[in-house]
Design a protein around this ligand. Structure first.
Ligand SMILES: Nc1nc2c(ncn2[C@@H]2O[C@H](COP(=O)(O)OP(=O)(O)OP(=O)(O)O)[C@@H](O)[C@H]2O)c(=O)[nH]1
Ligand SMILES: [Mg+2]
Length: 388
C-alpha cells in the first residue's frame, strides 16, 4: 500500500507534577520540605529518513502520543522525563496544521462559535479539540456553496504549513512536552518553612496535522498511460519499474537515479498516467501530481505512434491543460517535449504532423524500448537541471 497523505493526531507528554513531602529522619525534627520536581513531558519529534518512501507507518499508527513526565518523589527525588516519541517520515514530507494551535496552559476565557451557530464561553485550558464537523466552520469554508471534491485538500489550502522535511536526518519538534511542576522544597521561605503545596505539570502542545508526501526529484515524467514513461525510466536509470502494454501499469510514483560517468547524479520521478478529465477524478485523478510539484524540470512524454487511436497533438494539449488545472505553477517550470516510440511505422508521419500543428515547441524523438535518442535525452535533462 502506498500512502502519501494521512491525517494524524500528535500530542506531547504532560509534565509530571511536583511532590509534597517532608524530610524524615531520626533525631531531625521538622526536617523541612523535600518534594522533588516532576519530569518534563516527552516531545513528538519528526525525523526525515531517506530509507522510507511512503507514510505507511502513520497509516497504521495515526496517533502520535509521547510519554508523560513522571511525578516528583519524596527525599528530594525529581521525576524522570517522559520519553520523546521519535517518528521517522520519508524525505519530502510536508506537515500542515489542521485547525488552530491549542495551548492548554494559557487560561483565557473565550467565546467560541460551535458548528450549529450557538456561542459558548469556554476556558481555553479546557477547550476541546475542534472536531472535523466544526473545523470547516472554523476555517470559514462553506461546504454547501463551495464544491469540494476533497475536503482534506481544501482544509489544507487554508491550513498552516508547519514544516517541510526534505533532507535526510532533518529534525523537527512537532509537539513540545510540558514542563514538570516544581516540588514543595522550591517554595520554602523564611516565613513559610513548610509549604504544603507543589506545582502541577504543564500540558504539552498538541494538534491535528496532515502529513503530505511530495517526492523529492529533479525531473518529473508526465504522460498518458502507456506512453512509455516506465520504459524510459528503466532505460535511463537502475530503477526497474513494472512495464506492460496496458494502461495504469504504474500505480504509485517511482523515483529512479540517473548516474553519469563523472558521478553526477540526478533523480527522475515516474508518476501514474495522466488523462484528460483527471481533475474530475477520471482515471487515477491527478492527486499524484503533487509528486512532481517539487521537480525542477518536467518531461512531457508523448506516444508518437498514436497507440489506442490517440493523436499525439491532442494528448499534448490535454496534458498541459490537466497540469494547469492542478496547479498553474507547474506550467511555469521549464519542460521538454519527448516523442516516444519513434521506432513504430506510424511515428514518422505523426511527428511531422505534430510539428506542423504545435509550432515553436522543440521535440526530442526517442525510442525508450530500443535505446534510440536516450543518450541525447540524458544530456538534455542534465543540461536543464544544471542550468541556474
Ligand atoms: N515500440 C515501442 N514500444 C514501447 C516503447 N516504449 C514503451 N513501449 C511499450 O509501451 C507499453 C507501455 O509502456 P510503459 O512503460 O509501461 O508505459 P507507462 O507510460 O509507464 O504506462 P502506465 O504506467 O500505465 O502509465 C509497453 O508495452 C512497452 O513495451 C518504444 O519506444 N517503442
Ligand atoms: Mg508506468
Amino acid at each position: 500500500m502506498f500512502i502519501d497523505e494521512i491525517k494524524v493526531l500528535a500530542r506531547a507528554g504532560h509534565g509530571g507534577k511536583g511532590c509534597v513531602a517532608f524530610h524524615r529522619e531520626a533525631y531531625v525534627t521538622k526536617g523541612g520540605p523535600s518534594g522533588g520536581n516532576g519530569g518534563r513531558g516527552g516531545d513528538v519529534i519528526l525525523i526525515a529518513d531517506h530509507d522510507l518512501n511512503n507514510l505507511i507507518n502513520q497509516f497504521y499508527v495515526p496517533r502520535l502520543i509521547a510519554d508523560d513526565g513522571h511525578p516528583g518523589m519524596g527525599k528530594g527525588m525529581d521525576g524522570p522525563a517522559g520519553k520523546d516519541l521519535i517518528i521517522r517520515v520519508p524525505c519530502g514530507t510536508l506537515v500542515w496544521r489542521i485547525g488552530q494551535a491549542i495551548d492548554r496552559n494559557a487560561e483565557v476565557e473565550e467565546t467560541e462559535e460551535t458548528g450549529d451557530g450557538k456561542k459558548i464561553t469556554v476556558s481555553s485550558a479546557k477547550r476541546p479539540v475542534i472536531r472535523t464537523a466544526n473545523r470547516a466552520k472554523a476555517l470559514e469554508i462553506n461546504l454547501e456553496t463551495e464544491p469540494v471534491e476533497d475536503p482534506v485538500a481544501r482544509i489544507r489550502e487554508k491550513g498552516e504549513l508547519v514544516c517541510d522535511l526534505t533532507e535526510n536526518g532533518q529534525q523537527f519538534i512537532l509537539c513540545k512536552g510540558g514542563r514538570g511542576g516544581l516540588g514543595n522544597r522550591n517554595f520554602a521561605t523564611s516565613v513559610r518553612q513548610a509549604p504544603r503545596f507543589a506545582q502541577p505539570g504543564e500540558y504539552g502542545t498538541e494538534g491535528e496535522f496532515l502529513f503530505e508526501l511530495r517526492m523529492v526529484a529533479e525531473v518529473g515524467l508526465v504522460g498518458y498511460p502507456n506512453a512509455g514513461k516506465s520504459t524510459l525510466l528503466a532505460a535511463i536509470s537502475h530503477a526497474r519499474p513494472k512495464i506492460a502494454a496496458y494502461p495504469f501499469t504504474t500505480l504509485t510514483p517511482q523515483v529512479g537515479i540517473l548516474e553519469y560517468p563523472d558521478f553526477f547524479r540526478l533523480t527522475v520521478c515516474d508518476v501514474p498516467g495522466l488523462i484528460a478529465g483527471a481533475h474530475n477524478n477520471v482515471g487515477l485523478g491527478h492527486a499524484f501530481l503533487r509528486h512532481i510539484a517539487r521537480c525542477k524540470y518536467l518531461v512531457i512524454l508523448l506516444d508518437m505512434a498514436g497507440t489506442d487511436n490517440r493523436a499525439p497533438w491532442d494528448d499534448y494539449r490535454s496534458l498541459l491543460q490537466e497540469l494547469e488545472l492542478y496547479d498553474p505553477a507547474l506550467l511555469e517550470k521549464p519542460r521538454l517535449v519527448v516523442a516516444n516510440k519513434i521506432d513504430e511505422p506510424a511515428a514518422e508521419a505523426n511527428l511531422k504532423q505534430f510539428k506542423r500543428k504545435v509550432r515553436k515547441v522543440p521535440v526530442l524523438p526517442i525510442s525508450a524500448a530500443f535505446g534510440e535518442g536516450i543518450a541525447e535525452f540524458r544530456r538534455q535533462i542534465r543540461e536543464a537541471v544544471e542550468a541556474p
